[in-house]
Design a binder for this molecule. Structure first.
Ligand code: C2E
Ligand code: MG
Ligand code: MG
Ligand code: MG
Length: 288
């Protein structure tokens, strides 16, 4: 009987494995034609200051496939990195953000608005031609490059320091800014940070999520905020979902936020309304 159940467990395991392999193959195949089928689009999540004014957007990619539905970037970006499709996808994002930003620039931006953040994959950044391709898009779209904020991860700063720093400094000559995404989850030290032209740390949402329940998270955010202040870096908290979190963060000296409390990521037409509407966040306070 034990033997029988062992066999069943094994068969079940094998079926699971087989299913995973098939799903992965389907995903890869669909990804290969996603750009040409126009299946990607961008959403923009507001970044706001302590007064609830719009200071920027983070551009986030979305993939809708007829067969697979909406697939999370957490799921498909790692696959594009593994199969070498991240370069095309990364360029697609860069191109589309710059076109959109140029259009917004032409309408006129509110005085508090500092620009759009773009997530850059470590693989994309590591490519020899990365700086040239960014400059090429900027030149062609005529976007104001000081409106661009490239989000990189801590992990990128500990490998190939010299070549990473050199690329970042070249981009900084165009007044492009850099933020470290998900800060606190990696392993970069203060020593590493000083080599790079970083302008902002983005406190990872996991710390914000636990802020009210876990004293440790409170201490970690406090440390990041005071460190950023001493290093003359801007600090923005991600994943702010409740008023109480915003209040605690503000008291700690963190005056920039992003999260569902203010707004979920929205499509470009809604983002345009946010830009021209002279509104404050969270949105429900607007007519109060
Ligand atoms: P990220 O860059 O850290 O982006 C923040 C993620 O948190 C987004 O998920 C956003 O929708 C979500 N979020 C924002 N506010 C809240 C909140 O209050 N609560 C919670 N629970 N979540 C919130 P999304 O859009 O699913 O993106 C996931 C990750 O995929 C991003 O994390 C980023 O690492 C990656 N990604 C997204 N777009 C791109 C892209 O264009 N290029 C690259 N290379 N990676 C991207
Ligand atoms: Mg990000
Ligand atoms: Mg993040
Ligand atoms: Mg993340």
């Amino acid at each position: 009987e034990a033997k029988e159940s062992g066999r069943n467990a094994y068969r079940f395991y094998r079926q699971e494995m087989q299913q995973q392999v098939t799903e992965r193959a389907t995903l890869e195949k669909a990804l290969h034609s996603a750009i040409s089928n126009d299946e990607f689009y961008l959403v923009y999540q507001p970044q706001v200051n302590e007064h609830g004014q719009l200071i920027g957007f983070e551009a986030l990619i979305r993939w809708f496939n007829e067969e697979l539905g909406l697939v999370s970037p957490n799921r498909f970006i790692p696959v594009t990195e593994e199969i070498g499709l991240i370069y095309d996808v990364g360029n697609w994002v860069l191109e589309n953000v710059c076109q959109q930003l140029k259009a917004w620039q032409d309408i006129g931006l509110p005085p508090t608005f500092k620009g759009v953040a773009i997530n850059i994959s470590p693989y994309q950044f590591a490519k020899e031609s990365f700086v040239e391709s960014v400059c090429e898009v900027i030149g062609r779209t005529q976007v104001d490059s000081s409106l661009l904020d490239l989000e990189i991860t801590e992990g990128m700063l500990v490998e190939n320091i010299a070549s990473v720093a050199e690329k970042m400094w070249r981009l900084k000559e165009h007044n492009i800014r850099f933020s470290i995404d998900d800060f606190g989850t990696g392993y970069s030290s203060l020593r590493y940070l000083q080599h790079f032209p970083i302008t902002q740390l983005k406190v990872d949402q996991s710390f914000v999520r636990d802020l009210t329940s876990d004293p440790q998270s409170h201490v970690i955010i406090n440390t990041i905020v005071s460190m950023a202040t001493h290093m003359n870096l801007s600090v923005l908290a991600e994943g702010v979902e409740h008023q109480v979190e915003k209040d605690i963060l503000e008291n700690m000296g963190c005056a920039k936020y992003q999260g569902y409390f203010f707004s979920k990521p929205v499509k470009a037409d809604t983002a345009t309304q946010y830009l021209s509407g002279d509104i404050t966040f969270p949105l429900q306070y607007q007519n109060a």
